[in-house]
Design a protein around this ligand. Structure first.
Ligand SMILES: *[C@@H]1O[C@H](CO)[C@@H](O)[C@H](O)[C@H]1NC(C)=O
Ligand SMILES: *[C@@H]1O[C@H](CO)[C@@H](O)[C@H](O)[C@H]1NC(C)=O
Ligand SMILES: *[C@@H]1O[C@H](CO)[C@@H](O)[C@H](O)[C@H]1NC(C)=O
Ligand SMILES: *[C@@H]1O[C@H](CO)[C@@H](O)[C@H](O)[C@H]1NC(C)=O
Length: 263
C-alpha cells in the first residue's frame, strides 16, 4: 500500500534526476562546441606560399574548411572553423582569395559585381589553393582522414573535392553556389547538404534537381532544408534571431554528425 503511494513520487524524482543527467552527459544536448562570438583561437600558417587558417588540437582526422566569398578574414568563418576544432577535428582553411576576399555583402552586390568577382578566379585556380591545404594536412600533419566542408562559394568546391582521385570521401556543403550538375554526378563519397528556404541561388526547383542528382550518385547523402534562413546562414546567420541561430547551429551539427558517421 505504502509502496503504491510512494511510487509516483519516486518516479518523478527519478525522472528529474535522469533529465538533469541527460542535459549534462548526453552529447546530443551539448551545443557548446559552436561559438558565434568572441575571438578566434587558431593561427595563420603560410605553406607553399598560401596562407592557411589552422585551428583545433592535433588529431588523426581533419576538416578542410572552404570559405564563402568573405574568406578566412571573416571572423565568423574563423569561429566556425574553431567550432569544428572543438568537435575533435584538426582544421585547415586555405585563403581562397589570396588576401583579397569580397568586401561587399552578397545582398548588396549587383549580379554584375558578383559575376565579375567570381570570374576573377577560375575553379582550377581555386582548386590549386585548396590543394595546398590538403598537402599541409597530409604531408605536414600526416593526417589521412580528411572531410571537407564548404559554404556558398566554398560549397561548390566541397563537391569538386569529393570527385575521384582526391582521396577525400566525406563532404558537406551549406548553400553551395554555382554548383554544376557534372560536379554533383562526379562525387565519389558521402555528401551532406544544408539548404535555406530563402536562397535565391538555390530555389526549390534547383534543390529538387540537386536531390535527384544526389540520389543518382548512389553515394550516402543527406539534404536538410532549414526554414526562415537565407543564403549564407551556415556562417553569417543573425544569431539574435532564434530561427536563424537554430539553422546555423543545426547545420554545423549536421556536418559534424555526418563526418563522425562517414569519415
Ligand atoms: C607568393 O605569393 C605572392 C603574393 O601572392 C606572390 O607575389 C609571389 O610571387 C609568390 N611566390 C611564389 C614563389 O609563388
Ligand atoms: C609526419 O611524418 C614525417 C615523416 O615520417 C615526420 O618527420 C613528421 O615529424 C611527422 N609530423 C607530425 C606532425 O607527426
Ligand atoms: C538519374 O538516372 C536516371 C537513370 O539513369 C535518369 O533517367 C535520370 O535522368 C537521372 N536523373 C538526373 C536528375 O540526372
Ligand atoms: C537580427 O535579428 C534581430 C532579432 O530578430 C533583429 O532585431 C535585428 O534587427 C537583426 N539584425 C540585422 C542586422 O538584421
Amino acid at each position: 500500500m505504502l509502496g503504491y503511494q510512494l511510487l509516483p513520487a519516486l518516479w518523478s524524482i527519478g525522472f528529474s534526476l535522469a533529465a538533469a543527467a541527460s542535459q549534462q552527459d548526453c552529447p546530443v544536448a551539448d551545443v557548446s562546441a559552436i561559438a558565434h562570438t568572441g575571438d578566434s583561437v587558431g593561427e595563420e600558417v603560410v605553406h607553399n606560399n598560401v596562407t592557411l587558417y589552422v585551428t583545433g588540437e592535433p588529431s588523426d582526422k581533419a576538416v578542410l574548411y572552404l570559405t564563402d566569398i568573405y574568406g578566412i578574414q571573416l571572423l565568423e568563418n574563423r569561429l566556425l572553423a574553431d567550432s569544428f576544432g572543438r568537435a575533435g577535428y584538426f582544421v585547415v582553411a586555405p585563403d581562397l582569395f589570396n588576401g583579397t576576399p569580397s568586401t561587399l555583402d552578397l545582398n548588396e552586390m549587383s549580379p554584375t559585381q558578383l559575376k565579375s568577382f567570381l570570374a576573377a578566379v577560375t575553379p582550377e585556380e581555386t582548386d590549386a589553393l585548396i590543394a595546398v591545404g590538403v598537402d599541409y594536412l597530409r604531408n605536414v600533419k600526416n593526417i589521412t582522414k580528411i572531410a571537407t566542408t564548404g559554404y556558398c562559394f566554398g560549397g561548390r568546391f566541397a563537391f569538386r573535392w569529393l570527385s575521384a582521385g582526391t582521396g577525400i570521401n566525406v563532404g558537406f556543403a551549406a548553400h553551395p553556389s554555382n554548383l554544376q550538375n557534372t560536379e554533383i554526378t562526379a562525387v565519389k563519397g558521402a555528401v551532406g547538404v544544408a539548404a535555406a528556404d530563402g536562397d535565391s541561388l538555390m530555389p526549390p526547383a534547383r534543390r529538387a534537381e540537386i536531390e535527384a542528382l544526389l540520389l543518382n550518385t548512389t553515394q550516402p547523402y543527406t539534404l536538410s532544408l532549414y526554414g526562415s534562413v537565407s543564403h549564407g546562414f551556415g556562417v553569417r546567420a543573425n544569431v539574435s534571431d532564434p530561427r536563424q541561430k537554430f539553422g546555423k547551429e543545426q547545420a554545423f551539427f549536421q556536418a559534424v554528425r555526418w563526418f563522425d558517421a562517414w569519415l
